[in-house]
Design a protein around this ligand. Sequence first.
Ligand code: NAP
Length: 297
Amino acid sequence: MEYRQLGRDGPTIPVIGFGAWPIGGGMGAIPKAEAIATIHAAIDNGITLIDTAQAYRTSEAVIGEALASRDRDDVFIASKVSGDYSRDHVVRAAEQSLRALRTDVIDLYQVHSWNAEYPIEKTMTAMDALRREGKVRYVGVSNFNVDQMRQALAICPIQSLQPRYSLLDRHIEDDILPFCEREGIGILPHSPLAKGLLTGKYRPGHRFPDGDERAGREVFDDENLERLAPKLDALTAIARARGKSLVQLSVNALLRQPAVACVLVGGKNPSQVAEHVGAQGWGLKDEEWSEVERILK
Ligand SMILES: NC(=O)c1ccc[n+]([C@@H]2O[C@H](COP(=O)([O-])OP(=O)(O)OC[C@H]3O[C@@H](n4cnc5c(N)ncnc54)[C@H](OP(=O)(O)O)[C@@H]3O)[C@@H](O)[C@H]2O)c1
């Protein structure tokens, strides 16, 4: 496993992280034993950073149960406070997450998203207080734009940003990514497979079951799947020529950016996470990358 530093002065972390939203049931129910086996498979494959959140249904509790039999120091846990960013709720949410995760410290604690209802000064002051008390090691934010990060930075150091970022959604490259690079903020891309689109397995006619967040989403409608199919096939051909899969190429491409510290890939079973490991340890050649960009235009 390759490692990178999280931000300018942060800890060293693996370049592939385990995104724990699917094992909480967000993309369809997963039996608890399967979720636990998936967490162990991730760690055994060197994917020792786990990203979860208060809002990820059963995710934190399942992670807590899985980690009970492992050395806590072998894993880097990232979690988030979700929805209500008032001081009281930040403190309460952190306590709940610590309990669910069965640990006494969260390595990276993130504000899940921007919510103008709650003044950022108060939110970040509460986050910083958790850091000073030793309940969290580093503070991060998620889904913030440049202006929002500036406001947060005025109150407390930010180690990381967790934005949506994939080959199908490169919106952060214009100003968010360069800003993070300048400020020494490490980037942890979420949804790097565009929720499964970048596996190439979803074709027109596919219907997701109720309870799967993708059910009824426009990006998964037949028209979009039809439009994407030839692009995904062309990307798959580039990956295959390197002995890789589309999943591995899609994640690897994000690691071309030095500010990206760790790509958070969601996985539902041990074989999916075993495939994620093959996304690192190699790099697209410049001519392959140009071809990827041409296909996606
Ligand atoms: N901060 C935020 O607002 C935010 C938002 C979203 C996600 N996140 C974080 O980012 C992580 C990653 O995002 P995500 O899980 O939502 O989406 P994702 O990583 O783009 O896609 C994950 C899904 O793709 C499919 N998949 C993964 N590996 C595969 C493989 N090897 N072969 C075939 N299919 C595979 C699985 O679903 P199927 O098999 O059912 O297709 C899996 O659940 C999350 O788990 C979470 O930690 C954060």
